[in-house]
Design a protein around this ligand. Sequence first.
Ligand SMILES: [Zn+2]
Length: 558
Amino acid sequence: MKTALILLALVGLAAACRQSVPPIVADLLILNAKIWTGAPSQPEAEAIAIVGGRVAAIGATTALAAWRGPSTRVIDAAGARVLPGFNDSHVHFMGGGMQLDNVDLRQAPSPQAFANLIGERVRQTPAGEWVLGGDWDDQLWDPPSLPTRQLIDPVSPTTPVFVNRFDGHMAVANSVALKLAGVTAATPDPSGGVIVRDAAGNPTGLLKDAAMGLVNRVIPPFTPARRAQALTRALAHAASLGVTSVRDMGPDAGDLATYADFAESGRLTVRLSAAPSELQWADQAKLGIRRGFGTPFFALGAVKGFADGSLGSTTAYFFEPYADAPATRGLLADEMIPIEGMRERLVAADAAGLQLCIHAIGDQAISVVLDLFTDVANANGARDRRYRIEHAQHVAPKDFDRFASLGVVAAVQPYHAIDDGRWAERRIGPERIKTTYAFRTFLDRGVRIALGSDWPVAPLSPMLGIYAAVTRATLDGKHPDGWVPTEKITIEEAVRGYTAGSAYAEFTDHAKGTLAPGALADLVILEDDIFAIAPARIHDVNVRTTIVGGRIVYDAPR
Ligand SMILES: [Zn+2]
């Protein structure tokens, strides 16, 4: 009797054990794929097992069959190409979502079409609201000419309009907006900006760089609901393009609050690492927020600053004058004046452990930022800083080696090269274009690159970015074999720049950017194998499935 009881108890215990220690099975299993892992130890694989949002195993389809259980979701990739999820190293994510909501002037082929589109939007705009966004491109007009308030006043008699050039470095206001902002013939140009004036000295409505602030400061702030709507649109757009992480540049407190709401409620389908303005570095520092602070979905700990303007607005800051505007060599940004103030803030931000990301486009702006980075390192001592120069477009030949020796990451956006490449030589001449968007030279000199889009300044699609880096074929079709072709990089180098490169540039390369056991399960399944097709077709490659943290966030309709 006693023995039987003990036996029963043992059987019961064994059963309990079987129940309490279930075999480990995958939540998601992707089989029969062509996986480019980005990991040197195992560059290619066929199958990947995902448990708890992370990669549990990666290898041959047969080897990973053991991970399959009754609850496992299985994707048969049928030979499709799989890559780590794309990490866009430079976006304005909320701005991108707003753009999806705003008037779209990007394709306006003429001043008349531009005015008509604004008129249409004015008719749909409730009283008191502004017409914003636009992203117009005067270079599409024949001949190119800058828009004025006189062009849009007839279609916007009572609605304030303030629409920006696609590069964000100039914008045109109608008379209603200028009046609300108090901008008149008597208003002086602010430092770092220009109020464009006609022969009589009256504002034409066009405001460059810091002068845009005169109008921006009177635009009412976006409501939380408006921000949530924009973020929702941005997330869906990113998921459809295989973008699983972004570095968000220059968000304000309202943007960050919206990101935090979405993170808390599990609605973020893109991992966001945010770099607010360096002017407010102390806001992060005083709470002890430093690089890598946050969660895998929402991180802070970096600051973004501006050293100059843009090539399109002739405000990028060069050593020599512009070829097509010899009276100017560009402008240093407002926050660089005086330079001692910038140096003090950067030294302090770095001492607090914040990562420094500085926008610099012209060769002298880049050179000055490298000087500042040298000063920061001298002041605070050696450390793994991962300095970033955003855009890094026009590099003086003498400065490439300084990127390498200071460990500066070039955070570059290849789409700008095939866009600006249509007219950049006219603007800066035949010599300076040789080291423009010099991705090949960066890599050859041992400089890390992190690829991105600058969305909404350029399209968010990583495929377009990779296509641009690999082909350098300008958008006008005039350089099918590449504009400054010596600066092309390979498809693999471009994919690496868009995955591991961007992860390194945000201090998350331990968890992202390559597919290996323990990594976050962020990946994309593509419709075509970008390594196998003709480079000219890369921009047509669509994303079939996007997975973030093991969760399918996009599945293309088939
Ligand atoms: Zn930007």
